[in-house]
Ligand binder design. Structure first.
Ligand SMILES: Nc1ncnc2c1ncn2[C@@H]1O[C@H](COP(=O)(O)OP(=O)(O)OP(=O)(O)O)[C@@H](O)[C@H]1O
Ligand SMILES: Cc1ncsc1CCO
Ligand SMILES: [Mg+2]
Length: 261
């Protein structure tokens, strides 16, 4: 088993190219987060090129935050390419319970068996067709309420599912872990969940075990949040300090500060 810090260092050594088919809100935040963490982001979503690009990238993320039919075509084609090439792809089912279009698209993408799903509690509940009290993109459920839904999704995909919130929950159907890093300012900055999905993909691209990679990425992200909060006066200065903290936390700092059970 590799430590979270060793997985962080391994990711930084290769600076993996992470392709993101993501929402308009998240694009800039996510690209800056990936750069600060040590990866190489590319936002490539056109139907004409998304699958071709997926063959070049080390990992792919698919986020349905601002979806429309041409984007969904590109998502499916890119997901298939990544799966066929044995590269990890991570699904972020933003607000999947909000509308029937999102529920349908979420189910179709889940059927393509993402290696990792990362969402908030309401999204994981909705993706498992267990309801959920999401308020648009924000969660209205506790992480604990979504644990059974996460296990059910992992059983269906054969992959890893991460539910994020005050304490994150990760399962691959057999193993479970809880990550207690993070800070209450994190959900006060938009798209930090979306950006986290990219960091999870970056870790997964260089780790052998997607479960260990996901746990390590969550601990890294949460620890950077804690370090940033210690310097911040509110969500605005937190967002700036968070990028600095992502770039500053190294393997030894992560191993010392990770709270994983
Ligand atoms: N109350 C909290 N306390 C500590 N950490 C938190 C809290 N809420 C969220 N986090 C952390 O914030 C990060 C993003 O998770 P979150 O569940 O907010 O994503 P999300 O709802 O998908 O976000 P978005 O849709 O805005 O991108 C995770 O690292 C998570 O651990
Ligand atoms: C605010 C918002 N709306 C659609 S996607 C998104 C980013 C956070 O998920
Ligand atoms: Mg989200």
């Amino acid at each position: 088993m590799k430590t979270p810090g060793a997985l962080l260092e391994a990711m930084r050594e290769t600076a993996p190219l992470v392709q993101n088919i993501t929402n308009f809100v998240s694009m800039n935040v996510m690209a800056n987060v990936l750069l600060a963490a040590g990866a190489s982001p590319a936002m490539v979503h056109a139907r004409e090129e998304a699958a071709e690009f997926a063959a070049l990238a080390s990992a792919l993320t698919i986020n349905i935050g601002t979806l429309s039919p041409p984007w969904v075509d590109a998502m499916k084609a890119a997901a298939k390419t990544a799966s066929d090439a044995g590269k990890p792809w991570v699904l972020d089912p933003v607000a999947v319970g909000a509308t029937s279009y999102r529920r349908q698209t979420g189910a179709e993408l889940l059927a393509l068996r993402p290696g990792i799903v990362r969402g908030n509690a309401s999204e994981i509940l909705a993706l498992a067709a267990e309801g959920g009290a999401g308020k648009g993109v924000d969660s209205g459920d506790t992480v604990q309420t979504a644990e059974a839904a996460a296990r059910a999704i992992a059983g269906e995909t054969g992959g890893v599912v991460a539910v994020t919130g005050p304490e994150d929950f990760v399962t691959d159907g057999a193993r479970v872990a809880r990550v207690d890093n993070g800070h209450a300012l994190m959900p006060k900055v938009t798209a930090l969940g979306c950006a986290l999905t990219g960091v999870v993909a970056a870790f997964a691209s260089t780790a052998e075990d997607p479960f260990e990679a996901t746990v390590a990425a969550l601990a890294f992200y949460g620890l950077a949040g804690e370090k940033a909060a210690a310097r911040a006066e509110g969500p605005g200065s937190f967002a700036v300090a968070f990028l600095d903290a992502l770039a500053t936390v190294d393997g030894a700092t992560l191993d010392a500060g990770a709270r994983i059970a």
